[in-house]
Design a protein around this ligand. Structure first.
Ligand code: A3P
Length: 326
């Protein structure tokens, strides 16, 4: 593997369009025809914008507002399935990976006995998850079921591109599938040319932004959540119709604070987290893990002045949504 964070076989759907692992072809139709239920909430995001945070907030509001499960229960990805994760995993896992897959398949084996994993472990897990479901996807709105917004609620999160690129860089260092070894500035070049999976970020946001007045669409900014989590969670409470009490809202804020989520560190099970099949443990120690820093302004501090200039030009051109990230 070289420094290129793209998996070896990526496809660009249309010129200038979405970049995905080639395996997207196996799942595109199944996802487009996914059965949407009226009780569903979809967390739709580009990479590294605070998806997991939002999943934990929405899931806790709907399932655990009294903190009856003090540790949140199962790993986040078992409670809140990741619809398109199958396309990010190798189609033919090497034997050493297969041995370590079982903890990752636990929910699938529990919810889908007898199902064929080749039809999508995570997709089928999402199908079988009991209502009300909180489903994560990084796919853009246009590749989701066409009736999505008319049937279910969507929460879309946006984050400053400079911080996104910084966080994405650490993600690609951490996960063995990507194994990026270059510098942050080198990584940014891939972002600027939309050569990172789920890009273009500008188009991803634009599609959601165009639907911002739809009653089933709720857009949140990572920066607003950091500035005043209670205020944003109250807006979510209204949007989701969860009608939480003041005490329950306080529970959600505390339970989903960066400090508490980092302490629990339960995106995936302990076995998956500790296995070196998925994560590079050296990088994990150096960079700080999946719940890495959880701040705003990291990008501005760490990109070189030349790269900041390029990023600002990119933002002016691609991020004209009335959100001021300059
Ligand atoms: P950093 O790498 O900047 O720390 P995603 O879930 O979309 O992959 O986003 C990951 C980013 O969200 C990481 O950013 C991570 O630290 C941050 N994050 C996760 N939980 C958070 C929380 N409770 N509060 C604030 N940021 C959080």
């Amino acid at each position: 593997k070289d420094k290129n964070p793209k998996t070896p076989s990526c496809i660009r759907l249309t010129p200038g369009g979405w970049l995905f692992p080639e395996q997207f072809k196996l799942f595109a139709d199944k996802i487009y025809n996914f059965e949407v239920k009226p009780t569903d909430v979809y967390i739709i995001t580009y990479m590294k914008v605070g998806t997991t945070w939002t999943q934990e907030i929405v899931w806790t509001m709907k399932h655990n507002p009294n903190l009856d499960h003090p540790e949140g229960g199962e790993p986040i990805l078992d409670r809140s399935p990741f619809l398109d994760l199958d396309m990010l995993l190798p189609a033919n896992p090497p034997p050493e990976m297969l041995e370590n897959m079982e903890p990752f398949l636990r929910k699938f084996l529990e919810l889908c006995p007898g199902a064929d994993p080749r039809n999508g472990v995570h997709l089928q897990t999402a199908m079988a998850t009991p209502e009300p479901r909180v489903i994560k996807t990084h796919l853009p709105l246009s590749l989701m079921p066409p009736n999505l917004l008319d049937k279910a609620k969507v929460v879309y999160v946006v984050r400053n591109p400079m911080d996104v690129v910084c966080s994405y860089y650490h993600h690609c260092r951490l996960f063995n599938e990507m194994k990026f070894t270059g510098t942050l500035d080198e990584f940014c070049e891939y972002f600027l040319t939309d050569d990172l999976i789920y890009s273009p970020y500008g188009l991803h946001v634009k599609e959601a932004w165009e639907q911002r007045h739809h009653p089933n669409m709720h857009i949140m900014l990572y920066e607003d959540m950091k500035a005043d989590a209670m205020k944003e969670i109250k807006k979510l409470d209204e949007f989701l119709g969860t009608r939480l009490s003041e005490k329950q809202l306080e529970n959600v804020v505390k339970f989903t604070s960066f400090e508490d989520m980092k302490k629990r560190d339960n995106l995936v099970s302990k076995e998956v987290r500790e296995s070196s099949v998925f994560l590079d443990h050296e990088v994990l120690k150096q960079d700080g893990g999946f719940f890495r820093k959880g701040t705003t302004g990291d990008g501005k501090k760490r990109l070189s002045p030349e790269m900041q200039k390029k990023m600002k030009d990119w933002i002016k051109k691609n991020f004209d949504f009335g959100i001021n990230y300059l």
